[in-house]
Design a protein around this ligand. Structure first.
Ligand code: DP6
Length: 336
């Protein structure tokens, strides 16, 4: 069956030269309107559109080069990984999308610039940076939208990590996935801030992939999710375009809590949020009752991501001193 992303890569690889060393960077991203549920697992197509903010200099920098040893080599944050590692296997499998059955041994070196302590998943920035580095290494003339489609095959959220700023991933309607890719929202919002509030560092119990399948298959609330999530994405997009922060915050937080409620109704229940998450949420809600304009979103783990505008930075840090603050539109020192 046709898969637009695989076909784009195969057609470009038919004209490709030998692999050259090439380095690419992609930022991590936080979804303000979430992706949770697939309509096609093989092409990794989502049931609903989603919208994210990229994390600027927090992301992945990946270099793809021919391997001198004649075997694939995968290096993560300076460590050469054994072929048995899950990360190495994902990288090799993704490189195979490009190589097909041709023997082209590669050296893939990735540095994650997200502080490990932030407890953020790196698959979004990782697959986006790897897609850009593979395209650069083989000299493939893919557009950013095509690269987003290809990155989507690695991890859905990677489709949004091809750009900085706000990015919408359109669910698309085409069976071959050709219209399911990221689209950047134009414009900057210099005062926009994100705080990562780490409440728990233990590894997540269930991967997003398994978690979304389990929710879809067993949660009686899931039938309400795709249409509401699509509507939420539209409302979040309008609020971003209008620079209407409070509306954006309310829809963002409502979307995240509905996603978690839907998971919690799965059988058996899927709870990524812990008592510490709820304690932090109650603190946030109390501060909001006292006038703070900050809103929370949570992904497949217990940590909170707060969104707010620059004038609230002091109050957010007073309430959550352990938080790391990201400025998504600040000038980038690393040329990324
Ligand atoms: C809760 O992109 O990790 O972070 O496509 O199966 O790799 P796969 O899933 P993934 O799921 C992300 C889920 C989320 C919400 C979001 O980022 O939109």
């Amino acid at each position: 069956m046709a898969d637009a992303a695989r076909e784009v890569v195969a057609a470009a690889m038919a004209q490709a030269g030998a692999a050259q060393p090439f380095t690419a960077y992609a930022p991590s991203n936080i979804a303000l309107a979430k992706y949770w549920g697939k309509r096609d697992a093989a092409r990794n197509l989502p049931l609903n559109s989603s919208l994210s903010i990229s994390l600027n200099e927090w992301g992945s920098r990946t270099t793809v080069a021919p391997s001198a040893s004649g075997a694939d080599e995968v290096i993560l944050n300076g460590d050469v990984l054994p072929g048995s590692s899950a990360f190495a296997q994902k990288v090799v499998k993704f490189a195979d999308l490009f190589r097909g059955d041709r023997a082209i041994p590669l050296r893939v070196e990735t540095h994650n610039t997200v502080p490990t302590a932030a407890g953020l998943a790196s698959s979004a920035s990782g697959f986006a940076a790897l897609t850009k580095a593979l395209c650069g290494s083989f000299g493939l003339p893919l557009t950013p939208a095509q690269m987003s489609m290809v990155a989507r095959l690695g991890s859905g959220s990677a489709a949004r990590s091809l750009w900085h700023g706000f990015v919408r991933w359109n669910r698309g309607d085409a069976v071959d996935g050709s219209d399911s890719h990221g689209v950047p929202l134009n414009g900057v919002w210099p005062e926009f801030r994100i705080a990562i509030v780490k409440v728990d560092t233990s590894p997540k119990a269930k991967s997003s992939r398994d978690g979304m399948d389990h929710t879809r298959e067993t949660s009686p609330l899931f039938q309400a999710w795709p249409a509401q999530a699509e509507a939420d994405c539209g409302a979040v997009e309008r609020a971003v375009l209008d620079r209407d922060f409070v509306t954006l915050g309310e829809w963002t937080e409502g979307n995240a809590l509905m996603m978690h409620a839907t998971m919690q109704a799965a059988r058996p229940s899927l709870c990524y949020l812990t008592s510490r998450t709820w304690t932090a949420l109650e603190r946030l809600w109390q501060m909001r009752a006292d006038g703070l304009q900050a809103f929370a979103t949570m992904d497949a783990g217990p940590n909170l991501k707060l969104i707010f505008l620059e004038p609230s930075t002091g109050d957010v840090l007073a309430a959550f001193p352990e938080a790391d603050v990201v400025e998504p539109f600040a000038a980038r020192a690393n040329g990324s």
